[in-house]
Design a binder for this molecule. Structure first.
Ligand SMILES: [Zn+2]
Length: 477
């Protein structure tokens, strides 16, 4: 297993050692959500993969400059073909909800951020919104026109794919095949059917901006990410990620327009997470299995159970989501939590192996296996198995006090990467309930000072209280 981080690059179709352009710093751009609906568990997989990558880069000692955009300009229903035709998804949703499109994107952005926080996703350095970078997009489009890579037809601007011979390298889609397979809309105003829109003019469009291209209009989806990546991370970045559906046309088009505008390749490494399967197939509204975080919580699971479920498989392999799998996840996570409980017990003077160094070799091999797994293109299953292997020697009393201390330190560090295990010492439920009782008694006696003191103590212990008609409910934050 590799001792340095190796990544699979969709562009070259091979694993390669990861070497950032600037020593000690990784520049990473993640394609974010289009905010016209609440994200579902399939979307979360790609965002959690981005979070795992960032956390692993940090574990290896790099400073990570991470940007994940929010696409709050409605891109079009035909964006899965290269040239953006069809209806605007945000505006369509706005019509359904009888709201302003900007209200729609604001609302769903807030929902997305809440879900990300609940799932333990670390905040990137920036979350640019496409609507805030229109000027940068227009500048890039103007550059492409000036250099002959793009052309205007009325108020529309198209990228001329014939000017970029490497078009198709990422996805393997050759321009000739695209036309034959009609993955492009035949549109009379384009020079070549595979040309894609950089800017569309449409005075009837609700989300529109004034530009030098003629009538008011809006950017093509692809140019948004190229412009935001350039504005925040520079002409060239180390890693660009997305879901497998982003490979074509989105990333193919980003590569072409950025290279032509900037004169250097946009990203050295392209990484893509596979789709999540639900109930063994594609999730669908008609089956009713397009689940969101609320559905997960309504079934009695915590967000960290979902985080585990979505990170447990290698990001480039197919993983499946079912409710019975969630039950297994819960049990596996309990076992991982238990490792921390057993380690704390030893450190608090509980029974341990007589030899303080007992279990050292097992710990060393678990660390090697964890790091080797993650270094091998984020092979999470191998890394998780390494963490799970720590449980048996603890159950069998084979771990000495010195090794327990080192194991706990490693376990905490490993959980900085995965983020779903309870590693900190947990306060016993009985202690929490006694404090709640004391607070209730103080409230009944109108002793507000004592009631507040009890509540503050609980807050300091990481316990959140909620007063409900059935009494006080508590949970760990
Ligand atoms: Zn993007």
């Amino acid at each position: 297993m590799p001792v340095t981080f190796h990544v699979y690059n969709t562009l070259t179709k091979e694993k390669m050692p990861f070497e950032p352009m600037e020593a000690g710093v990784a520049r990473v751009y993640n394609c974010g959500p289009t905010v016209y609906g609440r994200p579902h568990i399939g979307n979360y997989r790609s965002f959690l993969f981005a979070d795992l990558l960032r956390r692993w880069l940090e574990y290896t000692g790099l400073e990570v400059r991470q940007v994940m955009n929010i696409t709050d300009v409605g891109h079009l229903t035909d964006d899965d073909v290269a040239d953006s035709g069809g209806d605007d998804k945000v505006e369509a949703q706005a019509r359904r909800e009888k709201k302003d499109p900007f209200e729609i994107t604001r609302g769903y952005t807030a929902m997305f951020l809440q879900d990300m926080a609940a799932l333990g996703v670390r905040e990137p350095e920036a979350r640019p919104k496409a609507t805030e970078y229109i000027e940068e997009m227009v500048t890039m489009v103007e550059q492409l026109i000036a250099s002959g890579h793009a052309y205007r037809v009325g108020g529309n601007v198209y990228f001329d794919v014939s000017t970029f011979p490497a078009y198709g390298r990422l996805s393997g889609n050759r321009v000739e095949d695209l036309v034959a397979g009609s993955r492009v809309e035949v549109n009379d105003e384009k020079r070549h059917p595979a040309d894609f829109a950089l800017w569309k003019s449409d005075p009837a469009h609700l989300m529109k901006w004034e530009t030098p291209f003629g009538a008011d209009g809006f950017p093509g989806w692809h140019i948004e990410c190229s412009a935001m990546a350039k504005a925040l991370l520079g002409d060239q970045i180390d890693i660009h990620t997305g879901g497998e559906d982003n490979v074509f046309p989105h990333h193919e088009c980003e590569i072409a327009q950025s290279a032509c505008a900037n004169g250097v390749p946009l990203a050295n490494v392209w990484m893509h997470a596979k789709f999540l399967q639900v109930d063994g197939g594609k999730m669908s509204k008609s089956i009713g299995n397009v689940y969101t975080l609320s559905d997960i919580e309504e079934r009695g699971f915590e967000p960290r159970h979902l985080r585990f479920a979505l990170l447990r498989g290698h990001y480039r392999t197919q993983i499946n989501f079912t409710w019975p799998i969630m039950d297994e996840i819960r049990a596996r996570l309990e076992n991982l939590d238990e490792v921390a409980v057993m380690l704390h017990r030893i450190l608090d003077g509980g029974p341990a192996a007589a030899d303080a160094e007992a279990g050292r070799a097992l710990l060393d091999s678990a660390i090697a296996s964890f790091e080797g797994g993650m270094n091998d293109d984020l092979n999470a299953p191998v890394a998780l198995a390494a963490l799970e292997s720590l449980r048996k020697p603890l159950l069998e009393g084979q771990v000495g006090a010195a090794v327990a201390a080192d194991t706990l330190a490693f376990y905490g560090k490993a959980n900085e990467v995965f983020g779903f295990i309870q590693v900190d010492k947990q306060t016993a439920d009985a202690e929490i309930e006694a404090l709640i009782e004391a607070r209730n008694a103080a409230k009944a006696a109108k002793d507000w000072t004592a009631a507040d003191a009890a509540r503050n103590q609980l807050t300091a212990m990481g316990i959140e209280l909620q007063d409900t008609p059935d009494g006080v409910v508590w949970r760990r934050r």
